[in-house]
Design a protein around this ligand. Structure first.
Ligand code: ADP
Ligand code: MG
Length: 403
């Protein structure tokens, strides 16, 4: 659980801090604003978690594996969240996933990537680099120190607008007539952020051996921190003032860089031990003796924020986006709820309900290792979303998978 500092706007507005870390892996929420809990009660089907003590409607304590308060550095989050161990597991051949979730503007992208003000010309200061860059550095460092040869490649996807929204333009001569008879057109949903040019949809398929996968997804090899950082920046930040960024973001009241899509960056890690006395002409072209090869992956999922339309001031296309974001988060929450049940009592898990849950099926319930980072704002204005993130995270904590 990560609690971000109050932003300048929140401080200027005089927002109260209603979230406090108690220092023992618990977060205490105490509401001082009457009526601030509107719509924030836990869903009725949820049993209270064992460590959650609700003293009053406005006062609750939640326990997590680790809690990072407003003063926690990016390095402290990397070291204290288990991220380093996850990188090592990926090198050992496991499928590892990190989710960042929480309200828009709660610090998900900051936690994963650092501040979005960075560019190729103005890279971020090392201290504020996020979990992604630290993991890449760790992967490359491990590759050198373990004496193993790692082949690293990355793919980067986004899921945008889970639902059928756009309608085709009216045929010529029918301007102004209602489109009631036009079949709805699907907007692009899964997009490749590494592919240059205008975004286009990629098909999501299923096979017995691979599970759900995205067809024709680009994958790029990288051997240095600069190379992978450049890939990320090219996908997210316009290279020139006239350039266009590929990941969908729209400015609204809570966050001027709000991400309107779920973004999934996957690093594929292929490793093979290399002998110190290499035989010429063997694997990798570097003369290493053959050892057992392993294929792991490390997937970073930056979920679009959950949000109530009225709070973000969204309207028109923005509110359509907000609804579809909420719909896929709901599908994710539903799968998590079912997975949280004891193994014997689990029923069918509806991964097929959304593209997001299909793509995450392996990491949610399969043979993967998953780290969930929930991000919250300490502001009194965000109380209801903060409480729903805390409940969501309490449920996610109960999910166990079999690595
Ligand atoms: P989200 O991705 O959840 O929508 P962002 O990561 O974009 O939110 O964060 C919203 C704003 O808050 C950004 O301006 C970001 O730089 C700032 N911010 C978030 N977390 C922190 C933090 N731990 N320390 C300092 N600033 C932060
Ligand atoms: Mg974001």
């Amino acid at each position: 659980m990560r609690v971000r500092p109050l932003t300048c706007t929140e401080t200027r507005r005089g927002d109260q801090r209603v979230v406090h870390s108690l220092g023992d892996g618990t977060v205490h929420v105490s509401a001082t604003s009457p009526g601030g809990l509107e719509g924030a009660a836990a869903p009725p089907e949820l049993p209270p978690s064992p460590r959650q003590v609700t003293a009053a409607r406005h006062d609750a304590t939640f326990g997590f594996s680790a809690v990072f308060d407003a003063g926690a550095s990016q390095e402290a989050v990397f070291e204290g969240s288990g991220m380093r161990q996850l990188v090592e597991l990926a090198i050992d051949g496991f499928s590892c996933t990190v989710f960042a979730f929480g309200q828009t503007g709660s610090g998900k992208t900051y936690t994963l990537m650092g501040p979005l003000t960075q560019s190729e010309a103005q890279p971020a200061a090392p201290g504020v680099l996020g979990l992604m860059q630290r993991s890449f550095a760790c992967l490359l460092e491990q590759s050198r120190s373990r004496g193993s040869d790692l082949v690293l490649s990355a793919s980067y996807l986004e899921i945008y607008n889970e639902q059928v929204t756009a309608r085709p333009a009216a045929p010529p001569g029918t301007a102004g007539t209602p489109h009631l008879h036009c079949p709805p057109r699907r907007v692009p949903q899964v997009r490749d952020l590494l592919s240059p040019g205008p975004p286009h949809a990629l098909p999501l398929r299923w096979s017995k051996t691979r599970g759900f996968y995205v067809e024709n997804q680009l994958s790029m090899d990288f051997e240095s921190l600069e190379a992978i950082t450049d890939l990320l920046l090219q996908a997210l930040i316009p290279p020139t003032p006239a350039g266009s960024q590929r990941r969908r973001t729209s400015a609204h009241a809570l966050n001027s860089h709000s991400s309107r899509s779920h973004a999934l960056l996957t690093v594929h890690v292929r490793s093979r031990a290399v002998s110190t006395h290499p035989a010429p002409g063997t694997w990798g072209g570097r003369g290493g003796a053959a050892g057992p090869s392993k294929e792991g992956s490390l997937c970073f999922v930056d979920l679009a924020g959950s949000e109530r339309v009225k709070e973000t001031g969204s309207s028109g296309e923005l509110s359509t986006e907000a609804n579809s974001i909420n719909r896929s988060l709901l599908a994710l929450g539903h799968c998590i709820s079912l997975l949280a049940k004891p193994r014997g009592k689990r029923t069918h898990i509806p991964y097929r309900d959304s593209k997001l849950t299909r793509l995450l099926a392996r990491s949610l319930g399969g043979s993967g290792v998953t780290l969930m980072v929930a991000c919250i704002s300490p502001s009194s204005r965000c109380l209801s979303e903060t409480l729903s993130t805390l409940h969501y995270a309490s449920r996610a904590r109960k999910v166990t998978t079999k690595p």
